[in-house]
Design a protein around this ligand. Structure first.
Ligand SMILES: *Cc1c(COP(=O)(O)O)cnc(C)c1O
Length: 368
């Protein structure tokens, strides 16, 4: 078959499966009129902390807010440096800027697309406060070396787990291996809500308390404001939706792994560069990214055959207009720059059928 519609993501398949359950959950919130925080947010926080195998989870209004409130809770600010990958979504580094600290970027590992753990230590200065690995595309970063570098230099580790809900590294859940981690529930993430949402998780009781205050006007109890806080709460209706969806997350991640397994098997030995998975890691394939020289032509060709694809990301952080003030230049991260011109994200979601992945693979193999 030459044409078959294969969307890049398909949120409809999922929402029809759980539609009735989600509608009931939303209706319950409406009837309770407990629209701000309340029992639904609390319940989802408890379930999400248990899912991540950590102690505390604090619902916030986005993944970006989760990172920012974590940084504020640790009092990272002006004069401080935070180490982050050059190959990531801009929302990893924006919160570092918001708090007045400086992002210090690191080249990627061309095999995994994640931060190159061997290039972190050379970036540490007396100003460094934290390392922020990103489990990009759903594959956990090699955390053991990062944790030991952090220990040696007395630094915090903050995971950006916004693309890695449910992934495992050596038997540990993404987000559970550091001082704090951020998750996003943007609709297209592995666990997405029906709007914006996010979560901060941490094993530290004091940081849990502080983020709880920061997201809620800095109050310790009603009208007693002990911090200059914000309004960054997770919306209660979104929490109710997420609590329904969380039960299915491992199963949906299995579906993504099955689809990724087919891509890897059927494309092995082809001319495309495929993502490499570290030993001892269970990725959740938020994205399935291949590399090829004629990326733009290929994207057009696939489009003509009904296949939608994405590019994550076309411009690295250090070459973004908004980040010119950091003083980086073209050529500073050659591997990241080269990959950004060659990467293509294939359709990826739990409901991809074999027929669909076959069509994607056949189209990739017939492109000449
Ligand atoms: C989605 C995402 C974020 C930001 O999450 P929002 O909920 O959109 O604010 C941060 N980092 C990474 C790597 C992401 O993919």
């Amino acid at each position: 078959m030459d044409f078959m519609k294969v969307p890049f993501v398909d949120l409809k398949a999922q929402s029809s499966l759980i539609g009735v359950e989600v509608n009931e959950a939303i209706q319950k919130v409406i009837e309770s009129t407990a629209f701000i925080l309340g029992p639904d947010v609390k319940r989802f926080e408890e379930h999400f902390a248990a899912f991540c195998e950590t102690d505390y989870a604090i619902g916030v209004d986005s993944g970006t807010s989760a990172i920012e409130l974590i940084l504020r809770a640790f009092e990272i600010g002006p004069g401080d440096e935070v180490i982050a990958p050059a190959n990531t979504f801009v929302a990893t580094v924006l919160p570092i800027t918001y708090v007045g600290a400086t992002p210090v970027l690191v080249e990627m590992d061309p095999k995994t697309y994640n931060i190159d753990v061997n290039r972190i230590e050379e970036k540490i200065t007396p100003k460094t406060r934290a390392i922020m690995p990103v489990h990009l595309y759903g594959q956990p970063v090699d955390m053991d070396p990062i944790v030991s570098i952090a220990k040696k230099h007395n630094l915090l580790v903050i995971e950006d787990a916004c693309q890695a809900h449910g992934a495992y590294y050596k038997g540990k859940r993404a987000g559970s291996m550091s001082d704090a981690a951020a998750f996003s529930f943007y609709p297209a993430k592995n666990l997405g809500c029906y709007g914006d949402g996010g979560m901060a998780i941490t094993p530290h009781a004091a940081i849990n308390e502080k983020i709880r205050k920061l997201r809620d006007y800095g109050q310790e109890k009603k009208y007693h404001h002990v911090e200059l806080g914000y309004n960054r709460r997770l919306d209660t209706i979104q929490a109710a939706v997420l609590d329904v969806k969380l039960k299915y997350l491992d199963q949906w991640n299995d579906g993504r792994r099955a689809a990724a397994g087919r891509y890897l098997k059927q494309l092995s030995g082809s001319r495309y560069i495929l993502p490499e998975v570290l030993a001892d890691v269970t990725p959740v394939w938020h994205l399935f990214v291949i590399q090829t020289d004629r990326r733009d032509e290929l994207q057009k060709y696939l489009g003509e055959r009904g296949i939608s694809t994405g590019i994550h990301y076309p411009i690295p952080i250090h070459l973004q207009k908004s980040y010119q003030h950091l003083g980086y230049a073209e050529g500073d991260f050659p591997l990241t720059e080269k990959a950004d011109g060659r990467m293509l994200s294939l359709p990826m979601y739990a409901e991809l059928t074999e027929e669909m992945t076959d069509h994607v693979v056949n189209s990739l193999l017939s492109f000449s």
